[in-house]
Design a binder for this molecule. Sequence first.
Ligand code: CP
Length: 301
Amino acid sequence: KRSLVSITDYSKEDILEVLKIASEFEKKPNRNLLEGKVVASLFFEPSTRTRLSFETAISRMGGRIVGFSDASSSSTTKGESLKDTTKMVDNYCDLIVMRHPLEGAARFASEVADVPVINAGDGANQHPTQTMLDLYSIYKTQGTLENLNIFMVGDLKYGRTVHSLLQAMSHFNPIFHFISPKELEMPKAYKLFLDDLHIPYYEHTELDDVINDADILYMTRVQRERFADPLEYEKVKNVYILKNSMLAGTKDNMRILHPLPRVNEISEDVDDNKKAYYFQQALNGVYTRQAIIFKALDLKW
Ligand code: CP
């Protein structure tokens, strides 16, 4: 069984293999490789892109989907434990895709289930399938993953997408720049991870001054749902707003990524700039999730 719970479950070779498989799916998305297979899609937390791109991926591969997009329609509301829910669903399907607000929920489910589990986001912890589509997007726009200046902006404390992306990019000699308010800085554990690998990173609090060196400008939303105290959220909610006028001095190859959804952090006047890549990035999620499923189920062409 091949679960994907943390991006560290993939070696560098696994990452490169999945990106190659994704490029095959991009050339031809409709392939009947999941005929007769059932995928359980268990979303205990809201989602638009991750859930719908998984469902699109599965549909384009001829598979069937069962599950829920709202935990309030499941027996969780009656007090059923995650363990029991997982053991039940395990018997119904060939693969589980799970999003859950609790950090570690997908790891726990993968230990209970016999079928592979794919983590579609667990609290502020990890979002490895997002990372794979981010890597695919970076490779497509830069022609390489090596030696890039990666700028991460916004909520670096609770942002599971930046945590997973940092770990994945560490295979490829990056230079990181972290732009956040002090309250939302990159957690110490991730900085120690980079220190151990001698990967350079620089921390900033201002956005305008520094982005001209970026190859990838990875914007993130300040996530209201992760704050225990709403007043703390109010203090930082609109801390960075990227505007078209701020892009004039940026590198030609620079591309703006964002896992989406956005709130205010990218002004709509950026959307028509050729450096805006976030909607294409979301489309890449279909091909990369097809590739992740391909690997999890050890499918053959
Ligand atoms: N990027 C992302 O995870 O979006 P959703 O929350 O809409 O799935």
